[in-house]
Design a protein around this ligand. Structure first.
Ligand code: C2E
Ligand code: MG
Ligand code: MG
Ligand code: MG
Length: 280
């Protein structure tokens, strides 16, 4: 019986992988049309100051508004776009749209607008020669001040080869802030801090979950805020879902947080109406 169960599990696992691969191929094939017909949307999630929740920054996140399938999560189509290379074009659209939006908020809301905008950049974009020059051009064309842009990269992207490390140095020299996303979940998180120009550590949600129950998560979250302080970096706690987590993070020394407790990612004009106007 045990053997049969494990066989079933294995078969189911393989079927799921096939499904994923099929889906990737299907979505990948539709990406071109999606780009050409404007099916992508940006949503914006607040990054706030603890403990009161004052709006400080915003993370731009992409959505695919598919005509038949509805909203598709980036976890499902970014890998496909990476695979077929369309992430280069999609990534440029994302950067341009997020910067243009930031400039518009700045014009409309002045000091109440988010000070900084984070844009996620994937491995293939970072590995691309000329990516820093592209960023410079987009900043120029949208009128976005360089110091207001933060580029979020994962450890995997940093090690993605090509020009990745050079690009990060070039971006940093331009004055763009570099954030390490999902920090602590990759293979060489701490080692990376010695070689990569980093300004912000985004402490992964997995260390925030269960932080209120004394245990491993709290110990790691504490260690990461100490590392961040010691190196003069800014730490942002990701995936904060409850008031208790927010209070505990504040007690540990975290000054910035992001998560459903403070605000879900929303499209404009909801962001201006719900977040800019409503947050203290
Ligand atoms: P990420 O950059 O780590 O973004 C944070 C993800 O966590 C977002 O998912 C956000 O909606 C979600 N999140 C925020 N607060 C909470 C919370 O309190 N609880 C929970 N359960 N989740 C929370 P999303 O938008 O689905 O994006 C998933 C990932 O896809 C992102 O992770 C990022 O790696 C990638 N991604 C999203 N937008 C872009 C983009 O424009 N370009 C690229 N290259 N990648 C993107
Ligand atoms: Mg991110
Ligand atoms: Mg993250
Ligand atoms: Mg993530």
């Amino acid at each position: 019986y045990a053997a049969k169960t494990s066989g079933d599990t294995c078969r189911r696992h393989t079927a799921e992988l096939d499904d994923t691969a099929d889906e990737q191929a299907r979505l990948g094939a539709e990406l071109r049309t999606a780009l050409d017909t404007g099916q992508f949307r940006m949503v914006y999630q607040p990054i706030v100051e603890l403990p009161h929740g004052r709006l400080r920054a915003v993370e731009a996140l992409v959505r695919w508004d598919h005509p038949e399938r509805g909203l598709i999560s980036p976890d499902r189509f970014i890998p496909a776009a990476e695979h077929n290379g369309l992430i280069i074009e999609l990534g440029e659209w994302i950067l341009r749209t997020a910067c243009a939006q930031a400039v518009e908020w700045q014009a409309d809301w002045g000091p109440r607008a988010p000070e900084r905008t984070s844009v996620n950049v994937s491995a293939r974009q970072l590995a691309q020669p000329g990516f820093a020059a592209l960023v410079e051009r987009v900043l120029d064309e949208t009128g976005m001040p360089v110091g207001r842009l933060t580029v979020e990269v994962t450890e995997t992207a940093v090690f993605g080869g090509g020009q990745a490390l050079q690009t990060l140095n070039d971006l940093h020299d331009l004055g763009v802030r570099i954030a390490l996303d999902d920090f602590g979940t990759g293979h060489s998180s701490l080692g990376l801090l010695q070689t990569v120009p980093v300004d912000v550590l985004k402490v992964d949600k997995s260390f925030v979950d269960n932080i209120t129950m004394a245990g491993r998560h709290a110990v790691i979250a504490t260690a990461l805020i100490r590392v961040s302080e010691g190196l003069g970096l800014t730490a942002v706690a990701e995936g904060v879902e409850t008031a208790e987590q927010a209070a505990e993070l504040y007690r540990l020394g975290y000054q910035l947080a992001q998560g459903y407790h403070f605000g879900r990612p929303v499209a404009e004009p909801d962001f201006a109406a719900e977040v800019v106007v409503a947050t203290p």
